[in-house]
Design a protein around this ligand. Structure first.
Ligand SMILES: Cc1cc2nc3c(=O)[nH]c(=O)nc-3n(C[C@H](O)[C@H](O)[C@H](O)COP(=O)(O)O)c2cc1C
Length: 172
């Protein structure tokens, strides 16, 4: 059985681009075939800010518990990652542990890489292993056509390398 890759759509903003970016990556990962790919859209779960638990955190815990590796799809907001993603990471604990994580980031000129650098610090505290290679889309609003395809020639190669590294760590 293929290991399970959990893809988290990190932005929840009205009018967000996140699902388009996630769709591209999910299609790519499914075609790659190394993982059984499952998506968690944070817009679909209610997570209390006071970390008091409940249905939302329970759902994230159950979902994360079934995953062997993760990819966080994150935009860059003011040189950081969105609060929704931090809340999700803080709402669950043991289910993240010992599992590899990669990043698909997007934004303006920097392609979300500053958000990813911050996330690497957070996931280390959760006993996750962040893999080296990541996918990054600059000027994301122009990065995809109406069918969700991208002319970006770097992203597919980066995604392949990242999936390879995730598969290596997920198999340990
Ligand atoms: C509050 C806010 C802050 C932003 N700050 C940055 C930034 O620091 N660097 C950057 O490259 N893009 C920045 N952007 C542009 C976003 O990365 C871009 O709008 C992206 O589409 C946001 O993701 P989303 O559409 O999934 O919410 C910012 C956007 C918002 C809404």
């Amino acid at each position: 059985m293929a290991p399970v890759l959990g893809v988290i759509v990190g932005s929840v903003r009205a009018g967000r681009v996140g699902p388009k970016v996630a769709r591209w990556f999910v299609r790519h990962a499914e075609a790659d075939g190394r993982f059984d790919v499952r998506v968690l859209d944070l817009a679909d779960v209610v997570l209390p800010l006071d970390l008091s638990g409940g249905d939302g955190p329970d759902a994230v815990a159950a979902w994360a518990g079934e995953c062997d590796a993760f990819v966080l799809v994150t935009p860059e907001y003011n040189h950081g990652y969105p609060a929704s993603l931090k809340l999700a990471l803080d709402s669950v604990k043991h289910e993240w542990r010992g599992k590899p994580v990669g990043f698909v980031s997007y934004g303006g000129m920097a392609g979300g890489v500053r958000a990813v650098e911050q996330l690497r610090q957070v996931v280390a505290e959760l006993h996750m292993v962040s893999v080296r290679d990541a996918v990054s889309f600059v000027r994301v609003k122009r990065a995809f056509d109406a069918d969700g395809a991208t002319p970006d020639e770097v992203a597919p190669d980066a995604a392949d390398r990242m999936l390879g590294q995730l598969a290596t760590w997920a198999g340990r």
